[in-house]
Write a protein that binds this ligand. Sequence first.
Ligand code: ATP
Ligand code: MG
Length: 647
Amino acid sequence: MDRNKNKPTVMVGNGSMNYPAFHARSIRQRDAYWREQAQRIDWHRPFHTVCDTRNPPFAEWFVGGQLNLCHNAVDRHVPHRPDQPALIFVSTETCTEQTLSYGQLFVEVQRMAAVLRAQGVGRGDRVLIYMPMIPEAVIAMLATVRLGAIHSVVFGGFAAHSLATRIEDATPKVIVSADAGSRGGKVIPYKPLLDEALHISKHKVDKVVLVHRGLSPAGLVEGRDIDYKQARSEVMDQVVPCVWVEATHPSYTLYTSGTTGKPKGVQRDTGGYAVALAASMDQLFCGQPGETFFCTSDIGWVVGHSYIVYGPLLAGMSTIIYEGLPIRPDAAIWWQLVEKHKVSVMFSAPTAVRVLKKQDPDCLKRHDLSSLKHLFLAGEPLDEPTAKWIGDAIGKPIIDNYWQTETGWPILSVPRGIDPSLTTRLGSPGFPMPGYDVRLLDDQTGEELTEPHQKGVLTLQYPLPPGCLQTVWRDDTRFVKTYWSSFANRPVYNTFDWGLRDADGHHFILGRTDDVINVAGHRLGTREIEEAVSAHAAVAEVAVVGVADELKGQVARAFVVVRDASRVADDAGRKALEAEIMQTVDQQIGAVGRPSRVYFVNALPKTRSGKLLRRAIQAVCEGRATGDLTTIEDPTAIQQLQDAVLR
Ligand code: ATP
Ligand code: MG
């Protein structure tokens, strides 16, 4: 197979450039740079303007151009790699494996598109996808953009109320769903949740297309629900051409994780997203056509959109869709898949690695990982002990990358596809990716901090590069107010994260700007204290929050999950370990950072995407109501906190 098919005709950063010069050019000669990158994509009609900046803070990329995301992800590969696997589906929940080649995916996407089209779905209509991690979920996403419609994927298993708010916001014409998902061997029926959500929702949906997996009984509502298997059998040979859309046409909306409050509906374009993802596949992930990409996220999150679905397919790679836990049947499962499918790029999250960390590291060593080049991790701060542990366990470079649902692709990382001499530094996600003009600003004055080791708010200069959010769905005002109005003297995009740059240009993320605590006049990031606590060998996971205190203003409290629960089975054990942990913090950052209490719990409250819900922990400590918890993974975690605090 020709690995160089679909590579751009000009060399755009492939393995031999100098990073600083390459990055500087992407900013200073912005349009020339992105014009080159745009060659990675098939355009139905060429664009006339690279970036329209007439209406800041809004920006329009590749104006005048027409394309189709599905064409670029699927159709254009079919002549070159018809038999190469496109989707490799593995479910350790249902013990199923299924592979779809590019040729087969091309056919299946048209069948799904034909079914949606028959329900009246066309350009600009929304299709809400509420699905487990099965091939039909990805096929539905591709079919939607094929028709010029806009998808809104809602993480499968979200409760009825959360789903209903998203239905009301997206106002979809059609919903694609399934009878059930499965997690840890337990079937989670989706259909009753969907029925309830549709009952609550003020927006009425015309049609539901239901994929019946045979996991759970799911009655169809007359006149509204359509059985996908039946509908598909009626359109087996239908040809559904791609609907060409403007580069600025929305491809999807997606909600942020809701870690800091009510989730925001991010609106993504088509052309900018395609170009930026294609560039990142080459420059950062070093993924080549014909190779296999394994991203352990879920299609309900941005990482899944970009690096389970669109990124790997745009690059002509095979992508693994994995339904299951990382430790079932045992902690070797992911590495077994790496060996079996010769995965060359893997992408996961620190939270998943911390789950593995509680297991025997030898489990990870049982398999031949020689195909794997790098393991990428994103989503949360990657603390040094975790990075080191997984790096040692699998013997591969670990590459952290920092970004947001809003940006759609990494802001900071180590783009070795551009410059293989770039080094990683433990605890640092790295350098600005091409196109991102990253500045650290003083949170009070808005002045730019240019000296090394100055801690400031991480901001991005206007315009945001291609692929980043166009606006908040149906709420331009919220877009401007939320992201662009923090510094009166500077119209910059605020990430709401603290950052720092060392003398060699490595960036560090020091937590969210609202996660700072003030102990007797000392401003400390909860992240710094968490790093110090996790330096103790008994600690598997930790959350630190600031809690109001009459004397000191605020004090830090730590909630710890230990590796070996027997150490904290009784009061004496808890007291002893608490003292040891406090001592560790004293050694690492000094007594100012020492938590006033260390509590031991079995689980920390997290969003379903695995992010710590610090604000909920803080509320529990301060005896307040916990606020919007619709995105919480395990509601019993809150009760555990309450018990620990009262114990
Ligand atoms: P919401 O915006 O609704 O509060 P959220 O910010 O958690 O939720 P996401 O877009 O999923 O929603 O997460 C982006 C945030 O995750 C970043 O702003 C940052 O705080 C954190 N993050 C992501 N990757 C990294 C990383 N590699 N290192 C440190 N922090 C990271
Ligand atoms: Mg956020």
